[in-house]
Write a protein that binds this ligand. Structure first.
Ligand code: HEC
Ligand code: HEC
Length: 294
């Protein structure tokens, strides 16, 4: 996926400058485009890629990776507004429930069946009402694409680990402060899902917040060849974490996938999407990460 990030970078940057221009005008769909295509990186799961790992032009959000885990085999759905194979026949309330509760509507394909836990609803429940509306407005505005994804197979009941900041919730007032804004962005970017201590399928978002160590094997159907990558410690610890890094080094790792020592960071982190996060939002993310206990 990292290769994809590099190759897709120019495209994403072009898309991002467009998104930022709209964001200034504060239209809901513009704000939604910014969230979906940068910090929330929906396409890193929901957009199909070609053999080189490049997002396929004209196929954005039409169904992506198949995740093959001990708990489920699930393919990221077609979330374009196509009526039959996408979410075009879902109401706003139904799309919202999928995002923040991880549930499907009571009609159509797989009616009423919970979505696999890989769809990060336990983080998205933190979305402020305006941002949730913005994401929906943007999803409604993308080109409908006909594309059927294969049905999921569930092996155990769905379980999402509660994320304390998402459960506590955010308010607009909290976002006025950089640390609060950073906490919000790190929540809706589900950064800590990968970066926290993880054992036998259970995340420790309290004592193990940001501690790293979780290994990511290859994804089925993914062109990301090579050995598994291990999520880094991104707490404020001065040596094991990023406490000793400069702000610029942290931002370069997030947006360009370059480690402190200059090495190329591995997937599955969505560097190519984060490349278009605004400078103010990146500064807020860094401000929050500096407060994560070592
Ligand atoms: C880490 C990967 C991942 C990310 C990131 C992700 N999704 Fe998903 N999403 C999935 C998978 C996989 C499914 C299908 C789960 C299943 O079939 O049980 C899914 C299902 C959905 C569904 C239900 C659609 C249907 O027909 O079943 C919606 C709506 C959705 N995602 C929207 C989004 C949006 C919007 C974003 C970004 C804000 C997003 N997703 C980010 C993996 C992801
Ligand atoms: C899908 C899993 C995943 C998500 C989501 C994710 N990361 Fe990462 N991240 C990784 C992995 C794996 C690495 C290590 C890659 C390597 O070592 O080659 C990494 C590396 C990093 C690094 C470099 C640290 C170091 O010591 O090299 C930083 C900083 C970082 N991530 C911050 C973030 C932030 C902030 C977010 C949210 C905006 C985020 N990550 C989201 C998996 C993820």
């Amino acid at each position: 996926m990292f290769r994809a990030g590099l190759v897709g970078c120019a495209l994403l940057l072009a898309a991002a400058s467009g998104a930022k221009a709209v964001e200034k005008a504060e239209s809901p769909a513009g704000r939604g485009a910014y969230l979906v295509n940068t910090i929330m990186a929906c396409g890193s799961c929901h957009t199909p890629r070609d053999g080189d790992g490049k997002p396929i032009a004209g196929k954005a959000l039409s169904g992506g990776f198949t995740f093959n885990t001990p708990a489920f085999v699930a393919t990221a759905s077609n979330i374009t507004p196509d009526k039959e194979t996408g979410i075009g026949s879902w109401s706003d309330a139904e799309i919202k429930r999928a995002l923040v509760e991880g549930s499907r509507p009571n009609h159509g394909r797989l009616a009423g069946v919970q979505l696999a836990a890989i769809m990060p609803a336990n983080f998205y429940k933190a979305l402020l009402p305006d941002d949730l509306d913005a994401v929906i407005a943007y999803l409604r505005s993308v080109t409908p694409i006909r594309s059927e994804v294969r049905d999921p197979v569930y092996k155990v009941p769905v379980r999402r680990d509660p994320y304390p900041d998402a459960d506590a919730g955010f308010s607009k007032a909290m976002l006025a402060n950089p640390v609060g804004r950073g906490a919000y962005l790190v929540t809706i970017g589900h950064c800590m899902e990968c970066h926290s201590a993880w054992s036998r399928g259970v995340s420790d978002f309290k004592a193990g917040l940001g501690r790293g160590g979780r290994a990511f094997p290859l994804r089925e159907g993914s062109p990301d060849a090579g050995p598994a990558s291990i999520a880094a410690n991104i707490t404020s610890h001065p040596t094991s974490g990023i406490g000793g890094w400069t702000d610029a080094e942290i931002i370069r790792a997030i947006t360009q996938g370059i480690g402190r020592d200059g090495r190329t960071l591995k997937p599955p982190m969505a560097y190519g999407y984060y490349a278009a996060v605004s400078a103010a939002d990146l500064a807020a993310i860094v401000a929050y990460l500096r407060t994560v206990p070592p």
